[in-house]
Design a protein around this ligand. Structure first.
Ligand code: FAD
Length: 351
C-alpha cells in the first residue's frame, strides 16, 4: 500500500486532468482497501473518494479533499465455473484469465479499461455483452454500518451503463463473484467485429479467437487505453450515453445521417440489446446537432474519428472539458430536444 500527500490526480486518470488529492492511498489488494476503509469514519464524496483507473472519471481542477483511494491490484481465484476476483484487478486481466480457463461470458468485454469495481459500478458493456449478464454477487464495505456485506445480483439493479450502486455510494466494492459457462452465452453479431474476424481468418464462435477479434476491433475503433502506455489517447471513452429517443426523434435524426441508415441502426441496436427502448447513437445525435469530428476548443477536441470521445490533446483543464460537455448537452437539448446524459462521472467541484 502506498500513502502519499498532495498528489496530482491527473496522472491517475485517462483524461489526464484533475487537481491534487489531499491524501492519496494506492490500495494494492483487498486487505489494503478494507483496512483503509475501516480506519476512520468516512463520508463518500466529502472526505473519501474511491477510484480504480480513472478511465471513466473527470476530476475537478480543484482536486479532492480528504482521502482518495485508488484500488489497483488483487487476486483472481477459480472454483469450477465460478470466478472470485478482487475489485482492484484490472478488468482485462480477469477477461484474459477467463478465456485461458475456457470459460465464456466475459470475452466480448476484452480490453475495456479500468478495474473490476469500476466495471460493476457502471455495468460496462461491449459487443452485446454486459457485466451484469454473468455477475453472481458483490462484496461491499458499507461505510454507514461499518461492515462488509454480500449483495446478490438480484439485490442490485442493472441497466444500460448503470447500476443501483451508483445511488448507494456508501457501498464500496471490494470483491465479486462471476458465474461463467463452459459453452457460449452470447452470439457475436456486431458487423465491425465480424468483418475483422473474416479479415483475420478467425472463428467468431471460438473463445480464444473471439478475444483476438475483439482486441483488433477495439484497436481499430481507438478504444484501447493502458495507463502505462504513453501513446494512449487522453479520453474517457464515450463521453455520453446513447440517449432514449421517440420514434419521431429517430426519424428526425435519420435525416442527418451520412449513410441514411440511422433509423435502421437504431432499430438494430435496440434489438441487439434485447430491449424495447429506442436508443439512438449519441455520436449521430452530436453530428445532427452540428458538432463535427475533430472539432476543437483549445486543447479539447472531439476525436477525429470518434466524435463521442472528448479528448485532451495536451494541457486541457478539467473545467475546459466540462465546459465543452455542457455546451454539447445544451446545444443538443435546444436543437433536437434530446436529453444527453454523461457516461463519465464528475468528481469534485466545478464552476
Ligand atoms: C479508451 C476507452 C474505452 C472505453 N470503452 C468502454 C466500453 O467499450 N464499454 C464501457 O462500458 N465502458 C468503456 N469505457 C469506460 C471505462 O472503461 C469503464 O467505465 C470502466 O469500468 C471504468 O473503470 P475505472 O476503474 O477506470 O473506473 P473509475 O473511473 O476509476 O471510476 C468510475 C466510477 O466508479 C466508482 N468506483 C470505482 N471504484 C469503486 C469501488 N471500489 N466502489 C465503489 N465505487 C467505485 C468511482 O467512484 C467512479 O464514480 C472506456 C474508457 C476508455 C478510456
Amino acid at each position: 500500500m502506498q500513502i502519499l500527500t498532495n498528489q496530482s490526480l491527473a496522472k491517475y486518470t485517462s483524461l489526464g486532468v484533475g487537481g491534487n488529492a489531499e491524501k492519496l492511498i494506492i490500495a494494492e489488494n483487498y486487505n489494503d482497501i478494507l483496512s483503509t476503509l475501516e480506519s476512520q469514519d468516512f463520508v463518500i464524496g466529502e472526505d473519501l473518494w474511491v477510484l480504480g483507473f480513472g478511465s471513466n472519471s473527470l476530476i475537478s481542477d480543484k482536486g479532492l479533499p480528504g482521502t482518495t483511494v485508488l484500488y489497483r491490484g488483487g487476486k483472481i481465484e477459480r472454483n469450477g465455473s465460478k470466478i472470485v476476483v478482487d475489485g482492484g484487478v484490472w478488468w482485462d486481466d480477469l477477461v484474459k484469465y477467463s478465456v485461458q480457463n475456457e470459460l465464456w461470458g466475459l470475452e466480448l468485454t476484452t480490453e475495456i479499461p479500468g478495474n473490476v469495481s469500476g466495471a460493476i459500478h457502471g455495468n460496462i458493456a461491449a459487443y452485446g455483452q454486459q457485466v451484469s449478464d454473468t455477475l453472481n454477487s458483490v462484496e461491499v464495505y458499507d461505510l454507514q454500518q461499518k461492515i462488509t456485506l454480500t449483495l446478490k445480483k438480484d439485490d442490485i439493479s442493472f441497466s444500460y451503463r448503470a447500476s443501483s450502486l451508483q445511488q448507494n455510494p456508501h457501498y464500496i466494492i471490494l470483491r465479486a463473484t462471476f458465474d461463467l459457462s463452459s459453452s457460449p452465452l452470447h452470439e457475436l453479431r456486431y458487423n465491425s467485429a465480424l468483418v475483422v474476424a473474416e479479415e483475420l481468418a478467425k472463428d467468431p464462435n471460438n473463445l480464444q479467437d473471439r478475444r483476438v477479434i475483439i482486441t483488433e476491433t477495439r484497436r481499430r475503433a481507438g478504444s484501447i487505453f493502458h495507463p502505462d502506455d504513453p501513446t494512449s489517447e487522453h479520453t474517457a471513452g464515450s463521453f455520453f450515453k446513447n440517449p432514449l429517443v421517440t420514434k419521431d426523434q429517430a426519424i428526425n435524426l435519420a435525416k442527418y445521417d451520412e449513410t441514411g441508415k440511422t433509423l435502421e441502426r437504431i432499430q438494430e441496436q435496440s434489438k441487439i440489446h434485447g430491449g424495447d427502448a429506442q436508443r439512438a447513437s449519441a455520436a449521430h445525435v452530436l453530428l445532427a446537432a452540428g458538432f463535427n469530428r475533430g472539432q476543437t476548443w483549445g486543447a479539447v477536441r472531439l476525436h477525429p474519428s470518434h466524435v463521442l470521445k472528448l479528448e485532451n490533446t495536451g494541457g486541457a483543464k478539467a473545467q475546459d472539458i466540462k465546459n465543452v460537455a455542457d455546451l454539447i448537452t445544451s446545444t443538443v437539448k435546444e436543437k433536437l430536444e434530446i436529453k444527453l446524459e454523461s457516461e463519465v462521472k464528475q468528481l469534485g467541484q466545478f464552476d
